[in-house]
Design a protein around this ligand. Structure first.
Ligand code: F6R
Length: 365
């Protein structure tokens, strides 16, 4: 049942190329995204959207954070992203021109479902991105985009997250095509890169041995930092959650530019830092942040894009992800972080698939 792997989490990490491919399947035709079967909004309604709220919990919330970057960049629609347990109690401004996108692997998360109901009752249109056909969230939303990741058994979410990102890229491109802030040729270029992600995810998985080695080397550490800028910051949050969740090592994710506003005080000799440097627009800034932690003795694992031969001069170890456009990099960047959490957990001898105190589906508040 684990397909030859020791744990469901590892099986699911390795299923990501397929999950990505299946989530793209049938939704792209000749460089154009077509979600008209799933999303019932007319072109006029799509043009009329004034703002979007992504609402979700945990890992799905981290997918929503990426959604803010992607939707704003591609479709130029203002986006807010909220944790469902906060959103439902904070009196958000919702009108009939608000689109609420709830993201939920299980489709049964109590807070996400309550947020959906609240948004609907205030007149918003609700799209659900979920992995379970016929789930509560799927039944109650106006429109549903299924992530075809297949059943996810491990408590720590992996393939559901990358599939949620794919659904978010598709939705953003679909809206961008209708609203037209970018040239058609530019959008179809992005689509062609999107279609290359399954093969590239496969290539990232090949670096498992190197990631495992670094993870084993830090397994006795008590604290760890993940740093990134832009979308790498959102991925850092997800990497940090994954590590805490299964290895019980305390970690924090920081927007690298925030370091000197307090956190740098915690960086001392031998503290492990995972530094994500895949975003070209902020690359130089990121490198200077890495130098700041190196100067204080941190042990740094860098994540860079293939062809970068420079970062290795600054950090202790580098993992390279295949070349893609910055916007799509999170799908690849998160994979080394999932493997990292997995191997840290195994090295420490904890139960990978069933971390303490956690349930797969949180149906209570
Ligand atoms: C973390 C994890 C959780 C879930 C969260 C939302 O690895 O799995 O943070 O992402 O409980 O669950 P869903 O997506 O089912 O609403």
């Amino acid at each position: 049942e684990k397909g030859g792997f020791d744990h469901f989490m590892m099986k699911e990490i390795h299923e990501q190329p397929k999950a990505i491919r299946d989530t793209l399947s049938g939704r792209v035709k000749e460089g154009v995204v077509d979600l008209s079967q799933e999303v019932g909004l007319t072109p006029e309604q799509i043009k009329g959207i004034e703002k979007i709220h992504f609402v979700a919990c945990g890992t799905a919330y981290h997918a929503g954070l990426i959604g803010k970057y992607v939707m704003e960049d591609l479709a130029r629609i203002p986006v807010e992203c909220d944790v469902a347990s906060e959103y439902r109690y904070r009196n958000p401004i919702i009108t009939d021109k608000t689109l609420v996108v709830v993201v939920s692997q299980s489709g049964e998360t109590a807070d996400t479902l309550a947020a959906l109901r609240e948004a609907k009752s205030q007149g918003a249109r609700v799209i659900a991105i979920t992995n379970v056909v016929g789930s509560s969230v799927a039944r109650e939303a106006d429109d549903v985009i299924i992530t075809w990741a297949g059943p996810e058994i491990a408590v720590a979410s992996t393939k559901a997250y990358t599939s949620q990102l794919i659904a978010i890229y598709l939705l953003s491109l679909y809206f961008a095509q209708v609203r037209g802030p970018k040239a058609v040729s530019e959008l179809s270029e992005i689509v062609s890169h999107l279609l290359e992600l399954p093969a590239k995810a496969e290539a990232v998985l090949k670096q498992e041995a190197q990631i495992a080695q670094f993870a084993r080397g830090i397994a006795t550490s008590e604290h760890l930092f993940f740093l990134g800028r832009g979308m790498d910051y959102a991925v850092a949050l997800e990497g940090s959650l994954k590590l805490k969740e299964i290895s019980y090592i305390h970690s924090e994710a920081y927007a690298a530019g925030e370091l000197k506003h307090g956190t740098l005080a915690l960086i001392e000799e031998n503290i492990p830092v995972v530094a994500l440097a895949t975003q070209h627009a902020v690359y130089e800034k990121m490198v200077s942040n890495i130098q700041e932690v190196k100067a204080r003795g941190a042990k740094v694992l860098g994540i860079a894009v293939e062809g970068n031969h420079e970062l290795q001069k600054t950090v202790d170890e580098v993992i390279h992800i295949p070349k893609t456009i910055d916007l799509l990099a999170p799908v690849l960047t998160v994979i080394p972080l999932q493997l990292f959490a997995y191997y840290a957990c195994v090295e420490r001898g904890y139960d990978v698939d069933k971390p303490r105190n956690l349930a797969k589906s949180v149906t209570v508040e």
